[in-house]
Design a protein around this ligand. Structure first.
Ligand SMILES: [Zn+2]
Ligand SMILES: [Zn+2]
Length: 286
């Protein structure tokens, strides 16, 4: 069983449509793929339709999820949420709040870039984002297109879009303890995404991870491109100590990042532990 529990479509900042993501998962030989767009479930209908339309002999299980933007003690972090009830109102309202704020922030970041002399426009950024909700990666691509920086990662320097960079604007981020509670109340399972990704900035302490575990966190994403081997070993030990399952996943973004779908995977027993805890929704079996 090949299981990849973290992938983005163009419903957020991936480049594949949900249907293309499903096709890519089949092509990558995956048995299970999770759709985890940032703060939105708008890719679900197209992904579900694509899974259900797979030809005989092509099987794929789709795990519906989302990746939530959180902040604790001034540190930004991501929380993956799986198999929650998409209709549950309190959690739906929080996702809505995050999404509208994402738009407000993106407009302000584009304005800041313009004030700093970058010849980019909102229309250009929207075109790059296609149907997805506009975020910094799209603005980064616009900066590359305009010749302001050479690469997307250069755009994420302190000169431009990095957290607290010259063009950055703070966004709404949910308290992760509140997020864990909301996800559980919607029957879902919360998993801490790339908790040791130091290259993204400061990371959350083991003590806070322990407190999140006590508050209902289900698992830790351990095998991730942003974790080196010592980090993975440390997180695996921490998960064992706290009684959390561990996951591995690509955090696929289509052509926006170089990681391949299925490059990191989750063990079947850990996937089973996730399923056992979920009451809000079931995976879609194609
Ligand atoms: Zn993330
Ligand atoms: Zn992600």
């Amino acid at each position: 069983m090949r299981i990849d529990l973290h992938a983005h479509s163009n419903a957020s900042d991936g480049t594949d449509t949900p249907a293309e993501l499903v096709a890519a998962a089949v092509a990558a030989g995956l048995d299970v793929v999770a759709l985890t767009d940032h703060d939105t479930i708008s890719g679900y209908p197209a992904a579900i339709a694509a899974v259900q339309a797979l030809p005989a002999g092509r099987r794929l299980t789709l795990v519906p999820g989302a990746e939530l933007s959180c902040r604790v003690d001034g540190i930004s972090m991501h929380l993956l949420a799986y198999l929650f009830d998409p209709e549950e109102p309190a959690f739906a309202q929080e996702r809505e709040l995050t999404r509208t704020d994402r738009f407000r922030r993106a407009r302000l970041v584009v304005e800041r870039c313009q004030e700093l002399g970058a010849p980019i426009t909102w229309e250009q950024v929207e075109r790059i984002a296609q149907a997805g909700s506009v975020g910094r990666p799209h603005i980064a691509s616009a900066l590359v297109e305009a010749g302001v920086v050479a690469t997307v990662s250069d755009a994420f320097s302190s000169d431009w879009l990095a957290d607290r960079g010259r063009a950055d604007v703070p966004k709404h981020e949910t308290d992760p303890f509140e997020a864990v509670k909301l996800v559980r109340a919607a029957g879902g399972v919360p998993v801490f995404a790339h908790p040791g990704a130091v290259k993204r900035g400061r990371t959350v302490s083991d003590q806070v991870i322990g407190e999140l575990a006590a508050a209902g966190l289900g698992g830790l994403e351990v095998d991730h491109i942003d974790h080196d081997e010592p980090t993975r070993a440390r997180l695996r030990a921490l998960a064992a100590e706290l009684g959390l399952f561990t996951t591995g996943s690509s955090d696929y973004h289509g052509s926006r990042k170089t990681v391949r779908l299925g490059e990191f995977t989750t063990a079947p027993q850990d996937y089973q532990a996730l399923l056992d805890q979920a009451t809000g929704a079931r995976p879609i079996v194609g």
